[in-house]
Design a protein around this ligand. Sequence first.
Ligand SMILES: *Cc1c(COP(=O)(O)O)cnc(C)c1O
Length: 393
Amino acid sequence: MSSSNDASRPASLATLCIHAGQHPDPIHGAVMTPIVLSSTFAQDGPGAHKGFDYSRAGNPTRDALEGCYAALEGAKHAIAFGSGCAATTSLLLLLKSGDHVLVGDDVYGGTFRIFDKVMKQFGIDATFLDMSDPAKVKEALRPSTKLVWMETPSNPMLKIFDIAAIADIAKKHGAWLAVDNTFATPMLQQPLALGATMAVHSVTKYMNGHSDVIGGAIMTSDDALAERLHFIQKSVGAVPSPFDCYMVLRGLKTLAVRMDRHVASARTLATWLEARPQVERVLYPGLTSHKGHALAERQMMGPGGMISFELRGGLGASAAFLKALRIFACAESLGGVESLAEHPAIMTHASLPADARRALGIGDGLLRLSVGLEDEGDLRGDLDRGFAAAKNA
Ligand SMILES: *Cc1c(COP(=O)(O)O)cnc(C)c1O
């Protein structure tokens, strides 16, 4: 970023979204970061390069994006990956056989699958637990616990876990705390400032914001960990393409305004949904009825754009509801400009065993909404269509 006249005032997040990590191109002065597609870089002599030698190890477009990622999470370092799952897997490559991980019980289905089906083969053991009570996390620690992994707000139950309290417990044990900050984004929650060792993202969601890139990231201020993660990034090679990096840089420019609108519309819709007779309960951290409401007010700058709710009438009603929607697309994923609605038990959380789903409360009537940036009244009208169809199902 260019230097400011008032050097004492740090740039706010909204400004960092637009400028961090980016400089006008020194050759042509291009204001927007060029997409450098080259896989290799000419050297003046053996080993005498200008900071880049091969694009798996480093790339100018990716460098700019990593600078932006780091600034947004208030981190010294950021490492970009080709997907959220690649970020998760690369982070777990910091562990070795015999290590144990404590994982929040209500995580993204793909994250559960990495622990349950992939890392198990390499002798990494995971315990899943509800982290709503930090004392339970402390009790579950083992001498071999190296990592505590959580998502807050969680998916799809939107539970809120106490980052500062759990960071403290992990630190005293000598374990890292990784927080998947995909649902909140740095605009609404800053895990590193609350004591987490690493923030992890599926940038596929709000960070890119337009449902046209798959990407992931890890941010940390721990120099030694960052060095190891950069080593894993280049060694394993789960890197994003320069074009995708450019796309995310472009998406991030509007992150602040997008999150404002997502939160405003979700707040209104959650309150409206709660008053509907066909709705059993609404899970939204911004509602005073939500178990984690007070904690969310403390550790977040806003309750986010995701709403889960339970519709009366079981599977028939849920299916009819989703089929009747015309603005909300019935689709997996979240965090784009467009609104999405889905059925976690059949769609996003199918990789969870049925008994685990039941224990979490992911039943046939549970629906999850990603509230987009369309007119809020239009969205309400669309949900009304869903309620009418569910009544007749
Ligand atoms: C989507 C998602 C992931 C996985 O990210 P991909 O980019 O799909 O690989 C991880 N965590 C959360 C919370 C997600 O929503």
